[in-house]
Design a protein around this ligand. Structure first.
Ligand SMILES: CC(C)(COP(=O)(O)OP(=O)(O)OC[C@H]1O[C@@H](n2cnc3c(N)ncnc32)[C@H](O)[C@@H]1OP(=O)(O)O)[C@@H](O)C(=O)NCCC(=O)NCCS
Length: 200
């Protein structure tokens, strides 16, 4: 069954998310790069994450409709999530396949804790499932992402590019998951040292 996020469709998560009535999650539009940057900068209180998003724009790591925004009832943008293509490499350095890396995820400070991040996460999970992606990987807050089904990636055979703790280096197996997909995952080159964000 198709999920609530689909090509060309905005998704209203008021009922599904249960927290934010009137919230819409959809793909970023061409004119919204500056608004997205403002959300990233405000959420993180530093420019690094927004710089990463802008550096990935226009590269082959950018996933069509993979830059998601959350729009409030007044059409203001209140959240952003980028998913981009990283590399899963075998021990000998050979490419196993490209895999989707989630992050950064950013919610405007005044909107945090109201389900916006959750709506963005459910949308990216739907998008990846629709595209038959096997797995999503991320480096993130240990207390936040397990609620969406993320689990320690090492236990699945996906090693991090740096020695990050199991609590922060996480993967979500999707319906197209294939247990032979093992190796070391690398974020796109736009991330510092291709490593990703500091653990939360
Ligand atoms: C982390 C973030 C994306 C979550 O989005 P959100 O819309 O605030 O979260 P939601 O409303 O969907 O979910 C709220 C839950 O997330 C938890 N949460 C929020 N920020 C958290 C954090 N930094 N660490 C752990 N849990 C966090 C809340 O405690 C709450 O938990 P509860 O449901 O058990 O009470 C958002 O708070 C944010 O942009 N933070 C600043 C930037 C950041 O840290 N990004 C993530 C990098 S991994």
């Amino acid at each position: 069954m198709p999920g609530p996020y689909g090509p060309g469709n905005a998704s209203v998560y008021g009922a599904l998310g249960g927290h934010v009535l009137g919230l819409t999650v959809r793909a970023e539009r061409e004119s919204e790069a500056a608004a997205v940057r403002a959300i990233e900068d405000a959420a993180f209180g530093e420019p690094l994450q927004g710089e990463i998003v802008d550096a990935i724009r226009g590269t082959d790591r950018w996933i069509a409709r993979g830059s998601l925004v959350a729009e409030g009832a007044g059409h203001e943008l209140v959240g952003h999530l980028l998913v981009s293509e990283g590399d899963l490499l075998a021990d000998d350095g050979a490419l196993v396949r490209r895999i989707w890396m989630v992050g950064p995820v950013a919610v405007s400070p005044g909107w945090q804790g109201r389900g916006v991040g959750g709506a963005l996460m459910r949308a990216v999970i739907d998008l990846a499932t629709t595209r038959d992606e096997p797995v999503l990987c991320l480096l993130g807050h240990a207390d936040y992402y397990p609620r969406f089904g993320f689990e320690p990636a090492r236990a699945l055979g996906i090693a991090p590019p740096r020695p990050w703790p199991d609590a922060n280096w996480l993967a979500l197996r999707l319906p197209a998951w294939d247990a032979t997909l093992t190796g070391t995952a690398y974020f796109p080159p736009a991330f510092p040292d291709s490593s990703g964000l500091a653990p939360g």
